[in-house]
Design a protein around this ligand. Sequence first.
Ligand SMILES: [Zn+2]
Ligand SMILES: [Zn+2]
Length: 324
Amino acid sequence: MRAAVLKEFGRPLVLVDVPPPSVSMRVGATGLCHGDLHVLTGQWSWDVQTRLPLVLGHEISVVDETGNTFLVYNAKGCGTCRECRSGFPQFCERVEVLGIQRNGGFAERVDVTGFPLVPVRGSPLEVAPLADAGVTAMSSVEGITEGSRVAVIGTGAVALLSIQLLKNLNSEVWVVGRNPLKLKKARELGADEIVFTKGEYSTDLSGSVGLRKFDFILDYVGSDFTLRDLPWLLRRMGELRVVGEFGGELSIPDQLLVLRGLRVRGILYGTMKNLVDVVKLFEDGKLKTLTVPYPLDEVNQAIMDLMEGRIVGRAVIYPTSSST
Ligand SMILES: [Zn+2]
Ligand SMILES: [Zn+2]
């Protein structure tokens, strides 16, 4: 079978023909995520054990013999630790993720043994982003109540899904970003206000919002640029959720944190329930996945396009043998 293999950190993926896994399912399509870039460049090596060679791709839809499509819930924990038993296998010490610790979806077939599958109605290409971006978006808006004022930092695939989820909740949504095309898309998806920034995220946001503050700020970038001074824009008892992993450092004055009762949380992926719920919203027509398709042989082009900010929505890689 055809597969895109990471052989050396920091190098393009290599397209090769390899024997398929002995137990496997046909890949419908696999989304390309910023997480793939972090793995590819070796930036996660301090916390994630990745052994090469490896087939990347962790946002996977698969198709069975009769043509039914499923999404892979991509976190397999030990099943017995506290995190696993409470439904958060992504935080298990022994978690395995396809495309990170085991071969993933940039191939014609993938071994999904032990990973829960969720059936979904829709083309494998269109639904793939629900498996990772969709779950993460769902997890990142969990508990946000109707009518909250929410700032969305960044305009990547997860942010664009979250904007739709927040509008379903009747939140007031402000979006801050650097890419005019993606901001325009955010507006089309229902964002109430969009703020263009050249990099001073909190300054530009505060210049637009004035004295009003946010119940929630969701940072889908997580860089030094985005995190700087963000907590100042939270109202009392407001919450900052950091979703993006661009390696920034957050600094909060103690008195701001304590006297205003602020909360800060990290969001990594989500639960099986998040996946089931996001599939339901998609099937009910309340969510667009905004896919940009690339055939498997062009995966390195997709990676370049993602790095250079040319993808509005989600790049989704499909093996040509199962193109839909
Ligand atoms: Zn991802
Ligand atoms: Zn566990």
